[in-house]
Design a protein around this ligand. Structure first.
Ligand code: URA
Length: 203
C-alpha cells in the first residue's frame, strides 16, 4: 500500500495544522500543544526565541509570558512595531520537568533543535525575512548551526546556511534572571541597542 505524504504546508493555517500533529521528537508527549510563529507573512524582520514557556504552551501563542512582556518593552524602546515582526521559536514544544505543581523550563538539546529546524525552515521560506534576530543560544544554533557561547557573538551579524543575515543577541529570559541590578541595567541597554541595530539594518 502507498504511504500518504502530507502536502507541504503553504499558508499559516496549513502550517499550524501540520505542526499540531508533529511527533518528530518526544517533546510532543508532554507539552500541551505546539506553538507556531505569529506575524505577517511579509514581515521583513523575524525574531526567533528558544521554545514556548509555560504560558505560551497553555495559550498556544509565542512570547505572551514574562519574557514576552519584557521583549515587548524592548521592542517599543527600539521603535520596532511588534505587529510587523514575525515572532517564532527554534523549538515549537515546551520542554520542562515537573516540580511539585510547577513546570520548570529545560533547554532543548541539539537533536530536538535539529528535528524542529524543519518547521523553522518552512517559516523562513514562507516569510523570507530580510533579517532574523536570534534571541539566545538555542536560536543562534538553530539558525546558523553554530552552538558556540553567545556573549562573544552578541551584537554581531552571522547568517543562515542559505545566506539570510542573522543578528545574534541575548534572550530576554537572560535579563530576567540577572541578579545584579547594575549588570541587569547594562545588559538591558545592550539588548535594546541590538534590537535598534536590527531596525537600522532594515531602514
Ligand atoms: N521564551 C521563548 O523563547 N519563546 C517564547 O515564546 C516564550 C519564552
Amino acid at each position: 500500500s502507498r504511504i500518504a505524504v502530507p502536502p507541504r504546508p503553504e499558508t499559516a493555517d496549513q502550517f499550524a495544522a501540520a505542526l499540531s500533529t508533529c511527533t518528530r521528537c518526544d517533546l510532543c508527549r508532554h507539552a500541551t500543544q505546539a506553538v507556531p510563529g505569529e506575524g505577517p507573512a511579509d514581515a521583513r524582520l523575524m525574531l526567533v526565541g528558544e521554545q514556548p514557556g509555560d504560558q505560551e504552551d497553555l495559550a498556544g501563542r509565542p512570547f505572551v509570558g514574562p519574557a514576552g512582556k519584557l521583549l515587548d518593552r524592548h521592542l517599543v524602546e527600539a521603535a520596532i512595531d511588534r505587529d510587523r515582526v514575525y515572532l517564532t521559536n527554534a523549538v515549537k514544544h515546551f520542554k520542562f520537568r515537573p516540580q511539585n505543581k510547577r513546570r520548570i523550563h529545560q533547554t532543548p538539546n541539539r537533536t530536538e533543535v535539529e528535528h524542529c529546524r524543519w518547521w523553522l525552515d518552512l517559516e523562513r521560506e514562507r516569510v523570507q525575512p530580510d533579517l532574523i534576530v536570534a534571541l539566545g543560544k538555542t536560536a543562534a544554533l538553530a539558525l546558523t548551526g553554530n552552538g558556540d557561547a553567545l556573549l562573544k557573538r552578541r551584537g554581531q551579524f552571522e547568517a543562515t546556511p542559505d545566506g539570510t543575515p542573522v543578528l545574534i543577541t541575548v534572550h530576554p529570559s537572560y535579563l530576567l534572571r540577572l541578579p545584579d541590578p547594575r549588570l541587569k541595567a547594562e545588559e538591558a541597554r545592550a539588548f535594546t541597542d541590538d534590537l535598534a541595530k536590527a531596525r537600522d539594518h532594515l531602514a
